[in-house]
Design a binder for this molecule. Sequence first.
Ligand code: S3P
Length: 449
Amino acid sequence: MSAAVITVENQENAAHKLIIQRSPSMLSLQGSIRVPGDKSISHRALMLGAIAEGETQIEGLLLGEDPRSTASCFRLLGAEISELNSEFVRVKGIGLGNFQEPVDVLNAGNSGTTIRLMLGLLASHPGRFFTVTGDDSLRSRPMSRVVKPLQQMTAQIWGRKGNSLAPLAIQGQALKPIHYHSPIASAQVKSCILLAGLNTEGKTTVTEPALSRDHSERMLRAFGAELSIDPETHSVTVMGNAKLYGQKVVVPGDISSAAFWLVAGSIVPGSDLLVENVGVNPTRTGILEALAMMGADIQLENQREVAGEPVADLRVRSSRLKSCTIEGDIIPRLIDEIPILAVAAVFAEGTTIIRDAAELRVKESDRITVMAQQLNQMGAKISELPDGMEIIGGTPLVGTDVDSHTDHRIAMSLAIAALNATGTTTIHRAEAAAISYPNFTNTLVEVCR
Ligand code: S3P
């Protein structure tokens, strides 16, 4: 007997419901799986490929909606990007400073990384006018975190609510270099300013309060940019008037997508799952540390380095989880995994506290409110904190109707919670998963078989 009955019910406008009914005599989750390419690295490979000279070849690109948004924006800016394919994508770069003025609005869809990183590039391309927008969620997310430092560099950007919300209009300028002390540890802010610094004469520096993911730094160096990094102060400096050269990029599996299986394998008794080819860059492995604190049984096997990024296979076996406190500098290293960590905490013994994570309120949804509401509807005991959650573990979950709020990570987190709930869980607007994990439901069926 399979572990769960999983059905997809299609609705209007490509929306669908994911219905998960755990088998009463539930079997464990077993198998060997692969997760799609890392979203952060996929965006950066397309962007740096587009502004480099020569050809970039990308292996393992994520075919989710977000990188598709990046590809469509950079095609409008003049880069030639072959049809997206996870095996092989070819980008013919146009060289830094050579964007064409796009004939239409650049639409970043749901993707914060696309719009914020692209803004740094657009603002520093003199003589061109650009307009950028996104979907309902992106148009409500704060852009002032990148607009303000870009304005300090003399960028000209206009938008709603004091230039803080998309749609935004940008008149490209020759910018001035700055040393920006970011109030938040955000790779999107850091990368935006570094990308603006590439086409700006002089040295541009970003200092952040804690280390955020460093994929931009690694890939910029690989493409030929001159960077200096001070790990003590979390500062990165890029030399302006850079020249980038097309490279081969191999995108590892996304640890943020692997996280769903790491938690599923931990909480469903008797499970043994191998998630192959996962990126384990130390700026992203907060999830492994948090799950280790909770007593999870996760082994890193076959550790290796692929195209400048550390990679491993992750084996997870089920275990009894216990509560923990997640706060401070680890937060930026697991920020995207907090929704699924909340699910782990619901099944752990004791009270888990998550704090210093106010950033969750301005992600694709307000992930503190939405996770607390949706899991509580299933019987969890979660109270919201201004900057996190308090989760009293150990109360059994009961399947019911829940909603992703069109947030991909919420949709998938709720699906994993449903595996350990009695009865039937119906996840509305589950199609959101395709933003970062188009094959999620297929893999769910596979591991439950
Ligand atoms: C990302 C950075 C993070 C993360 C997002 C991807 C990136 O956002 O939440 O999913 O690729 O740079 P912030 O930089 O806003 O924390």
